[in-house]
Design a protein around this ligand. Structure first.
Ligand SMILES: NC(=O)C1=CN([C@@H]2O[C@H](COP(=O)(O)OP(=O)(O)OC[C@H]3O[C@@H](n4cnc5c(N)ncnc54)[C@H](O)[C@@H]3O)[C@@H](O)[C@H]2O)C=CC1
Ligand SMILES: O=C(CO)COP(=O)(O)O
Length: 336
């Protein structure tokens, strides 16, 4: 089913699990789309702050419109929910779903909103969700969408994916609002891979800028990085056209060109030799390590991902990585 232009009935009870930047922004977006929103934040201070109309730790300076019911009680958040959005960081998803498991309403869609691959296992987030909550259909929401932009109500487009294309289309229609245009896709894996891997290249793009390697290097790196993203995507069964879409090329364009991206900002600090401790969440750090391992195990040529992982674990310097990348054997560009 493709979008008919008709808005699906709204007024769902939506539980958003995760009181960080993206969870708070999505809670606002769901409110604007006409839903009743309960936001689970494990930290009571965040709950109290949201009740006062702000989330100063994760979304400073953004006034939250009234209507979000915040709670640090996950059972209360999930009670009677028609749909659940999981918005903890990728490496914390397993723990959060395990906490949610006993209270999860049976059969309601679980929408994964994090971007990453599990560091220890190489599992995509949909695989973790199916393992822990086998009775809930899984979807993923991804695409170019800074939390601050979405929270402010600025326009963007994202994609909602599920293996069941009717479910994806229904969710996309229900989540869409004036300034949030949700496309749908049945390529769940493609959407997950695009969102997860773009973070690795956003770190690389930040590092290129931080190390003053020039705008040409930046464009070349992102373009060749996208080739690696497509190779790994192909190995997982992602469709190429999905990776050319919002959760792939779209999110690469956004996060590889803006210091508003926390992954880009992390790379920038890395490139400038500044301290990394205490920087905000950069999902690309654990994902680089596991993506490099996956590439090595599956014999996928991914030199930029491998270099980013090696720089992050301190095995090589940025200069050494650049030298190694520039002296690789020459080949035809279309040798994807
Ligand atoms: N911030 C953004 O602009 C966007 C973020 N995302 C993705 O959303 C995911 C979350 O990112 P943010 O909300 O921005 O991160 P954040 O660092 O702002 O917040 C993370 C939140 O998750 C909570 N959390 C961590 N472990 C938890 C657990 N076990 N149980 C319950 N809560 C837990 C933390 O307390 C915190 O409230 C990431 O995968 C990120 O890539 C996706 C699109 C946009
Ligand atoms: O995924 C994002 C925007 O689409 C947010 O990127 P960062 O996590 O790098 O800030």
């Amino acid at each position: 089913m493709t979008g008919s232009g008709h808005k699906a009935p709204s007024g769902w009870r939506i539980a958003v699990l995760g009181g960080g930047a993206w969870g708070t922004a999505l809670a606002l977006a769901m409110l604007r789309a006409g839903h009743f929103v309960r936001l689970y934040a494990r930290d009571p201070e965040t709950v109290a702050a949201i009740d006062r109309g702000e989330n100063p730790r994760y979304l400073p300076g953004i006034a939250l419109q009234a209507g979000i019911v915040a709670t640090s009680d996950i059972e209360a958040a999930l009670d009677g929910a028609d749909c659940v959005l999981a918005v903890a960081p990728a490496q914390s998803l397993r723990a959060m779903l395990a906490t949610a498991k006993t209270h999860m309403p049976k059969g309601v869609p679980l929408v994964l909103c994090a971007k990453g691959i599990e560091r220890d296992t190489g599992a995509l987030l949909s695989a973790i969700a199916r393992e822990i909550l086998p009775e809930n259909p899984v979807a993923a929401l991804s695409g170019p969408s800074f939390a601050t932009d979405v929270a402010r109500g600025l326009p963007t487009a994202v994609v909602v994916a599920a293996r069941d294309e009717d479910l994806a289309a229904d969710l996309a229609a229900r989540f869409s609002a004036q300034n949030l245009r949700c496309y749908s896709s049945d390529d769940l894996i493609g959407v997950e891979i695009g969102g997860a891997l773009k973070n690795v290249f956003a770190i690389a793009a930040g590092a290129v800028t931080g190390a003053a390697l020039g705008a040409s290097a930046q464009a070349a790196m992102v373009t060749r990085g996208f080739v690696e993203l497509r190779r790994i995507g192909a190995a997982f069964g992602a469709r190429p056209e999905t990776l050319m879409g919002l959760s792939g090329l779209g999110d690469l364009l956004l996060t590889c060109s803006s210091a508003q991206s926390r992954n880009f900002a992390y790379g920038l600090a890395l490139g400038q030799g500044k301290p990394l401790a205490g920087l905000p969440l950069a999902e690309g750090v654990p994902t680089a390590a596991i993506a490099a391992r996956i590439a090595a195990e599956r014999k996928i040529d991914a030199p930029i991902i491998t270099a980013v992982a090696a720089i992050l674990d301190g095995t090589i310097t940025i200069r050494q990585a650049v030298a190694a990348l520039m002296t690789r054997p020459l080949k035809t560009e279309t040798d994807v």
